[in-house]
Design a protein around this ligand. Sequence first.
Ligand code: APR
Length: 310
Amino acid sequence: MIKKVTVVGAGNVGATAAQRLAEKELCDVVLIDIIEGVPQGKSLDLAEAAPIEKHDAHLTGANSYEASADSDIVIITAGIPRKPGMSRDDLLATNRNIIKSVTKEVAKYSPRAILIIVSNPLDAMCHVALEESGFPKERVIGMAGVLDSARFRTFIAAELDVSVENISALVLGGHGDTMVPLPRFSTVAGIPITELISAERIEALANRTRNGGAEIVGLLKTGSAYYAPASAAVEMAESILKDKKKILPCAAYLTGEYGIDGLFVGVPVKLGKNGVEQIISLPLTADEKQALLKSAAAVQELVEAMKKMP
Ligand code: APR
């Protein structure tokens, strides 16, 4: 059966995700955006690249949600991105309203879909999507940890001058300044990085990871990162579409795991055809646990702030 993925938001992240999905021939792709002509134009442009890129994925663009009906996955990237000096949290009120209206339409036309949320502030937007869709928690997943871990992996590989393919890394917590890179669970060809890199350098790499998004915003000036975020969302979608059951760090709704209840926080999960099929509980040290709880508290603050919004 041909799989169908809808990407809402045909901007930088959404269009790049659509390109990667099609070029990997994972599914047919529907691009949706509020701006007339943009999703249609970008999907036609991508479709016209297909003979050269050698894939038969069908791409269509639309401004309404009929075209998205019965999607297996909906990737939500609609919203505004950061500008220099802005934190992800500054996007809260605007993107909350956008995610609310988008999720309502998406859930109406694709009641069985799995939602991958990309819009920021990520963890808070997952709450909006969970509430507005009424979907079970296993079918609402946030893209953050795969991106943050990929950034950590990039910096570790550069530090050691080894292939990025050798690096496995774990970053947990919310997708913000309080995210928690975990050196103990980050390895090079199976060797923990704590055996290969000094504690001082590891801290520098972890800090660069925490500021990875801001570093790109500072360089681009007119928007935020999109190549790596799109790659991360597509890796999650691929694991679901192919039922690969990859273990990936994602924002998942916790109900007691890690001592956190009723909150989306980044943790390692198993992603398969049912969405989040398992939440992996890691034995954390007291310091790691404290950092994760601090990060969860930052997410909780945003959730509380949203409750006070009209
Ligand atoms: N419905 C559909 N699309 C919308 C809506 C809406 N209600 N509101 C905005 N959009 C569209 C915009 O028209 C735009 O094309 O979302 C798209 C966002 O694209 P960009 O501005 O290029 O932003 P992008 O870099 O893709 O980031 C999108 O992902 O990484 C996060 O922080 C980032 O929240 C931001 C989101």
